[in-house]
Design a protein around this ligand. Structure first.
Ligand SMILES: Cc1cc2nc3c(=O)[nH]c(=O)nc-3n(C[C@H](O)[C@H](O)[C@H](O)COP(=O)(O)OP(=O)(O)OC[C@H]3O[C@@H](n4cnc5c(N)ncnc54)[C@H](O)[C@@H]3O)c2cc1C
Ligand code: SF4
Length: 328
């Protein structure tokens, strides 16, 4: 490991100033960054600890829920307002990692965690355009069971590993960002980029910007929501496919609906086409299948990951039909 200095920021302005320095990286719980430093994927010269920034979870006057970026994954999942008003978020977080990791991991770190692509992590032996731009991608012709079927490119087919972000995408979460030029707010669905020709540029965040909070709008729909994750082991494994969904039903038809997928794309995948196709109609297995096929029309299936197409369809169908039974 290369020598690294450590400093703790207790004010957002200090974190922005110190985090924007050459070679600096923000440190949340360290559950991803420190791993990557051990492997030589990340080689920062300065670590700026941001865990002393806001970790508060509280309701704003308009009913939305503000969650500080330093809140631990465990604290968010256990919060009574999250459990009652946004159950899909609590379920998504609890489906990820282990209790010990969730106690350490922060909201900001979860949003910004890097892909678990094996070749990305193999500094010594593999080509990876995300880690070393222009070097090639060993996943495309290699072991790609965990890789993307939507949104990938010829340069990279890595998936975004977060469970929390899939729920946040479905919940219309807004990401509050601070930087040298002031504050801005970005919808979670626009935070992560698709790889295109630059898989190394993963988000719309400037290197000198930091995430300070996320805001969840209030909606009766979100209280009728859930999350289902399909994985190779029953726990402590990343998603092959996951679905976050919520819906409300009025007079037998879908009044409103939110759907997002994990494990199938380089970013949390909000399924706007599925939502538009199902909104206003009666829910049936045939309607779900037609909506799914429209959303996944551009899927690029490889020998190792083609199974995800059918798995995602079956998971979506089972989840929506279960939800509809619960909310009627
Ligand atoms: C064995 C294992 C299994 C796991 N399984 C799952 C799983 O199934 N599902 C899942 O969702 N996650 C899983 N995780 C991931 C875990 O949830 C993440 O490691 C964690 O959320 C990262 O949070 P952290 O605070 O430790 O981030 P860190 O490791 O501290 O940082 C991660 C990245 O975020 C950046 N960062 C941190 N804070 C901010 C901020 N405020 N603003 C901008 N950038 C910031 C850092 O610079 C770094 O680039 C697993 C992790 C491990 C080690
Ligand atoms: S899929 Fe992306 S992260 Fe994995 S090896 Fe290819 S370029 Fe690297």
């Amino acid at each position: 490991m290369t020598p690294v200095t450590y400093a703790r920021a207790s004010l957002v302005g200090d974190a922005v100033r110190m985090g924007g320095a050459q070679g600096a990286r923000l440190l949340g719980g360290g559950t991803n960054l420190v791993d990557l430093m051990r492997k030589g994927v990340e080689q920062p010269s300065q670590l700026i600890d941001v865990t002393a920034l806001s970790d508060s979870i509280k309701q704003a006057d308009d009913g939305s829920l503000m969650i500080g970026a330093a809140a631990s994954n465990s604290a968010v999942a256990a919060h009574p307002l999250v459990r009652s008003h946004y159950p899909m978020l609590a379920r998504a977080i609890l489906a990820g990692a282990s209790a010990q990791i969730r106690n350490m991991a922060t909201v900001g770190g979860n949003l910004m965690q890097r892909t678990r692509c094996l070749y990305f992590n193999d500094v010594a032996g593999s080509r990876c355009n995300k880690r070393a731009p222009g070097s090639g991608c060993d996943a495309i012709g290699g072991f790609n069971r965990y890789h993307a079927i939507l949104g990938g490119s010829e340069a990279c087919i890595a998936t975004h590993p977060s469970d929390m972000c899939v729920a946040l995408a479905a919940l219309d979460a807004q990401v509050h960002i601070a930087g040298p030029d002031g504050a801005r707010v970005v919808p979670l669905v626009d935070l992560h980029r698709l790889p295109g020709e630059r898989p190394d540029v993963e988000t719309v965040l400037d290197p000198s910007e930091i995430i300070v909070a996320i805001a969840l709008p209030a909606s009766p729909l979100f209280a009728k929501s859930t999350y289902r994750k399909v994985r190779d082991r029953a726990s402590y494994a990343f998603a092959l496919v996951s679905v976050a969904a919520g819906l409300t039903i009025h007079q037998g038809g879908i009044d409103d609906i939110r759907v997002a997928f994990g494990g199938i794309a380089p970013k949390p995948w909000r399924a706007f086409q599925i939502e538009a196709a199902l909104r206003g109609g009666a829910l049936s297995a045939a309607a779900i299948e037609a909506a799914f096929e429209a959303e996944f029309a551009g899927a690029a299936l490889l020998p190792g990951n083609g199974f995800k197409h059918g798995l995602a369809k079956r998971t979506l169908s089972a989840l929506l039909l279960d939800l509809a039974g619960d909310v009627q």
